[in-house]
Ligand binder design. Structure first.
Ligand code: ZN
Length: 336
């Protein structure tokens, strides 16, 4: 009976667009699989093999809503839920425990892609106020030229992007900045090495210039396997990035890949996030490694001297959040 219900539920779930209805179905699925989830949790606790979760967001705002936006209150609920069910971690922490091969608790890292201006209204100040680590992946040409993203223009809903001074402000307040190409290009296409260098390496240098931070991580635009070519992975490595992230769902089990980190989307509502964090048996069992060849040190190019001035060794500590950080008001954001 349970199996029949689940088959029917998942047959129709992708077609259900009403968030409330989808949440109800997810809640029911969670209840039906609760005993399996308890067994999984017990096993992870005993063997210290908890996965690391990495959630990605694009835009947190109360104005225009689209599939890559969630509301401010919804985002705060996500933070509360994660605080209840897991431990916040930086990407540095995530990769360290991947390499160590054991993890004694469920960790969640927060990331953002693209660089939307409205994230500074509530989401980023809230993360800073709570001292929650965050990696913010930036598309440099859009920020530098204040250019709208094509995917927003296509919906006839152009949305403002961050300015350089906002990116610098975030970096100065402990937000880790990451690379997300220069032009938000699909890196699954067969670009020349010069174009790959511009998109991946040159944009990294630009972010380092803007922030004074080492830029350690890269997020592939669109983030599906078909958007990630071997040539682009090689360029990510050669450029000095320590790791890259994808965006097609998946958990990161200790001892697994530490150069490619899987992420899942922070969906509208809380049911999807709750389902991930309570160890959905389907997601735990799903193996979704990216098929690629790990670049080796001998192909890493000698880049320009300013890139070399940043150490590519293991960082000793995560980028610290400023101890004097206080809640940030709209006006202080607006003044930067
Ligand atoms: Zn993007």
């Amino acid at each position: 009976m349970k199996g029949t219900f689940l088959k029917i539920a998942f047959l129709f779930m992708p077609e259900i667009t009403m968030p409330a209805l989808r949440d109800n179905l997810l809640n029911t699925y969670e209840w039906l699989t609760s005993s399996t989830r308890r067994e999984i949790v017990q096993q992870f606790s005993e063997s210290k093999t908890w996965p690391a979760s990495v959630v990605f967001y694009h835009r947190v705002a109360d104005t225009v809503q689209n599939p890559w936006s969630i509301g401010n209150e919804n985002f705060v609920k996500h933070l509360d839920l994660i605080a209840d069910l897991a431990t916040f971690a930086s990407l540095d922490d995530t990769i360290r425990t991947q390499k160590e091969g054991s993890r004694d608790k469920l960790t969640v890292a927060i990331t953002f892609d693209d660089g939307y201006a409205e994230n500074l209204d509530r989401a980023i100040p809230e993360l800073i106020r709570r001292r929650i680590p965050c990696t913010y992946f930036v598309t440099t040409d859009h920020v530098e030229n204040q250019k709208f993203f094509e995917h927003d223009v296509a919906r006839k809903e152009p949305l403002c992007v961050n300015s350089i001074s906002e990116i610098r402000w975030m970096a100065n307040h402990g937000v880790q900045i990451g690379g997300h190409t220069a032009t938000h290009v699909d890196l699954g296409k067969p670009w020349t090495r010069d174009r790959l260098r511009t998109e991946i390496s040159d944009s990294r240098k630009k972010l380092q210039d803007w922030t004074g931070q080492e830029i350690s991580y890269f997020a592939f635009p669109y983030g599906l396997p078909q958007n990630i070519s071997q040539a682009s992975i090689d360029m990510v490595f050669e450029s000095g990035y320590r790791a890259f992230v994808s965006a097609y769902g998946g958990l990161n089990f200790p001892g697994g890949d530490s150069f490619h980190i899987s992420r899942f989307h922070g969906e509208c509502g809380t049911a999807s996030l709750h389902n991930w964090l309570t160890m959905d048996p389907r997601k735990v069992a799903r193996k979704c490694p990216l098929q690629y060849e790990m670049p080796t040190q001998n192909i890493r190019e000698s880049l320009s001297s300013d890139a070399e001035s940043f150490s590519n060794d293991e960082p000793t500590v995560s980028v610290p959040l400023r101890s004097e950080t206080t809640p940030v008001s709209m006006s202080s954001i607006g003044s930067i």
